[in-house]
Design a protein around this ligand. Structure first.
Ligand code: SAM
Length: 433
């Protein structure tokens, strides 16, 4: 990497961090913008470094507070993000210390702040000289990498598992493939994979293959032919828990980008109807692309799940999958920006939306039908407490257990992140009388 491109890459990473942390934009929107002009290797570097800073932000900020006399303000604020990136490189990455300092300092030019080069240089050199990376505070929240509100909630709910949860959030997730059984058997597809990627078949998830290290999935055999999709193991549980049967009418509520819709159709291609509903038209296009690539058919409907009268044709459903909008606290290991974009007050709002969608879906489910409630959250308010309240206020609802231990007071299966290498997820299955 030449000095020049290294500096520009660091400037772009600081801008991406600024957009996420100061303007509240999602990394899904921000990273592609700054990666557009970059070579593949640099694209990966930008993602790895910005995700690294987001993962360890409280500790990096703790060091910053200690080393910067006065916080930078206004146009100079971006330089704080550049310094955090410098700390991350020095404390956590394999970037050589010389490059970490020299190219981070040089990035000030590309950020229109040449006057701050001296400051950045002094702070990073002091960081090195004082072995700052060894100085961690005696504060588990700062070391956890989580914001205060989320650390508190997780500590309250999972006092024994908190360390494992935190560790899994700092660990890169493996790549999970779901083999499209309508096109090829898992064993046959597995044999097509190069041995160099060290893939293995999951013991209980019938369609799942795990690849431990990140890999360019588009270059794997059969991507364009739709032989597989990329889907975490926890999400791969949905279709079999829903258990769609021949000739049934199925609704996938909150379906985009369609990972679970496609899996439902792979397990049961002879449905009388499969409707994929989502409020977001642009995201529905992703469902269409996925259906097309994997060679499945579903009816796509754009609409608000709560406003049933605006989109429903009046025919009740045999089974409904409700993959509700949620805090996404179970997938922070894949999207570390989530913990900084979500705020504590968002949880109450999400719980209210989930409750409204649940009630609306219950009305359009056939008597005798089942509803599978799912979230990628690990907060009980959105999960077991949400379903326990629903059971208490809905006489026609009973629990169809997905585990041996659940009760109506503590219903469903809570998967914590890292469990069996999966994302954090929640499932509860309900039967309508
Ligand atoms: C967790 S994602 C769904 C992931 C998807 N089921 C899959 O497996 O690929 C939640 C989705 O809910 C949609 N959504 C949020 N509020 C909604 C509403 N009121 N009605 C319908 N869809 C909604 C969002 O647009 C988003 O696509």
């Amino acid at each position: 990497m030449s000095n020049h491109s290294g500096a520009k890459l660091r400037a772009a990473t600081a801008k991406a961090l600024f957009d996420i942390l100061e303007s509240g934009k999602s990394s899904r929107d921000v990273l592609p913008k700054y990666q557009a002009q970059l070579k593949d290797k640099d694209k990966a570097w930008l993602q790895e470094m910005s995700f690294g800073v987001l993962r360890h932000l409280p500790l990096l900020q703790y060091w910053l507070r200690d080393m910067l006399q006065k916080p930078l303000k206004g146009n100079q604020k971006i330089i704080e993000h550049l310094i955090l990136l410098g700390f991350y490189q020095l404390a956590f990455s394999r970037v050589s210390a010389h490059a970490a300092v020299a190219e981070t300092v040089a990035a000030c030019n590309a950020l229109n702040a040449p006057g701050l080069k001296g400051l950045v240089n002094a702070v990073l050199r002091n960081f090195q000289r004082q072995d700052k990376h060894l100085q961690k505070p005696d504060d588990p929240q700062i070391n956890s990498g989580l914001p205060k509100w989320l650390y508190k909630r997780l500590l309250t709910n999972y006092p024994e598992q908190i360390d494992a949860i935190v560790e899994s959030m700092h660990t890169r997730a493996p790549v999970w493939l779901r083999v499209n059984r309508q096109k090829i058997a898992r064993d046959a597809y597995f044999d097509m994979l190069p041995s160099s990627i060290n893939a293995h078949k999951h013991a209980t998830l019938e369609d799942a293959i795990i690849i431990p290290k990140s890999v360019d999935v588009v270059s794997l055999p059969g991507f364009t032919d739709g032989l597989f999709a990329v889907q975490d193991g926890a999400a791969q549980l949905a279709a079999s828990l829903l258990s769609p049967q021949e000739n049934e009418r199925i609704l996938d509520c909150c379906a985009a980008p369609g990972g679970k819709t496609c899996h439902i159709l792979e397990l049961q291609p002879s449905l009388s109807a499969c409707i994929a509903l989502d409020i977001d038209k642009a995201r529905l296009e992703r469902v269409e692309e996925n259906l097309l690539r994997l060679n499945h058919n579903a009816t796509l409907v754009a609409g608000d799940a709560v406003e049933v009268d605006t989109w429903w044709d009046g025919k009740p459903f045999d089974r409904i999958l409700l993959d509700a909008p949620c805090s996404a606290t179970g997938v922070i290991r894949r999207h570390p920006d989530i913990k900084w974009l979500r705020k504590s007050k968002d949880i109450e709002e999400l719980v209210a939306i989930q409750q409204d969608i649940l009630s609306a879906m219950w009305k359009i489910l056939k008597p005798g039908g089942t509803l599978l409630y799912a979230t990628c959250s690990i907060l009980p308010e959105e999960n077991s407490q949400q379903i326990a309240k629903f059971l208490a206020r809905t006489p026609s609802a009973s629990l169809l257990p997905v585990t041996k231990t659940e009760t109506t007071d503590n219903p469903g299966r809570q998967i914590l992140p890292g469990e069996d290498q999966m994302d954090g997820f929640y499932y509860a299955r309900l039967l309508k009388s």
